[in-house]
Design a protein around this ligand. Structure first.
Ligand code: MF3
Ligand code: CO
Length: 248
């Protein structure tokens, strides 16, 4: 379980800076007609020009630098030759390692700014609200279940559901460390949070039911009911004051 010293946190801040830079540039570039493979190329160039390495490329055989998950794809969408269309819901997930430490964050948005169907417009906002509540709960003395409980409550009160099969995680020298950070749960349960712990908090929110399935490629996770899904993630350090967002 990663408990970070202040010098380790500074290194993670550098990885986090690159993650945020890449997310910003990719969002700008995600216009109708652009393919997700083109966005992946751009991400790789940006990460390398900043002296980083894409955390995901080659991770358990993952074949690309970033994950790009469109519409009913929840997470781990593999970039390819399909062009984006106006109104598509795009989730970008970027991980960078530099100086031995990882940063990991994700953003979701609608191509062109608004959804193909107006009844989806709240989905992205609720996902970010849930992430923020989860970040606010990342304090010493709280437990991972306190994060999950506030995320789940926000999402379900909006009429959406949280994915159960995939969770957030500790992060540091490795992309995935202990503890697991579920997006559901009960207050006062789970792993005790301590100052210096680095966590990737990442709610995955479905417009329909919470169930998901994996496609034949062994990576792509889609909603079982075909409903839209949004994903937002930040890498956060637990401090004695406000939680420190390294990918802000
Ligand atoms: N942010 C995702 C995660 O923490 C992305 C992992 S993609 C993978 O699971 F290819 F690296 F697995
Ligand atoms: Co992650």
């Amino acid at each position: 379980m990663g408990v970070m010293s202040s010098s380790q946190i500074r290194k993670m801040q550098e990885s986090g800076r690159i993650v945020r830079l890449v997310l910003r540039e990719l969002r700008q570039a995600a216009v109708p007609g652009v393919t997700t493979a083109e966005l992946d190329d751009l991400a790789l160039r940006l990460i390398r020009s900043e002296g980083g390495i894409p955390s995901f490329l080659g991770y358990r055989g993952y074949p690309a630098s970033v994950c790009i998950s469109v519409n009913c794809v929840v997470v781990h969408g593999i970039p390819g030759n399909a062009p984006l269309a106006c109104g598509d819901l795009v989730s970008l997930d970027v991980g960078v390692v530099k100086n031995g430490y990882h940063g990991d964050a994700a953003d979701s948005f609608f191509v062109g700014g608004s959804p193909a169907h107006p009844d989806s417009s709240r989905l992205v906002d609720v996902t970010y609200e849930a992430l923020q509540l989860g970040i606010d709960a990342a304090r010493p003395g709280n437990r991972t279940g306190d994060i999950g409980a506030v995320v789940q409550q926000r999402v379900e009160q909006a009429g959406y559901s949280v994915v159960r099969d995939l969770v957030g995680h500790g992060i540091g020298k490795r992309l995935h460390e202990e503890p697991q950070v579920p997006n559901y749960g009960r207050r006062g349960t789970g792993i005790l949070l301590k100052q210096g712990m680095a966590l990737a908090i990442e709610p995955m929110v479905n417009q329909g039911g919470w169930r998901v399935r994996m496609l034949e490629d062994g990576w792509t996770i889609v909603t079982e009911d075909g409903s839209l899904s949004a994903h937002a993630e930040q890498t956060v350090v637990v401090t004695d004051g406000e939680p420190l967002v390294l990918t802000a």
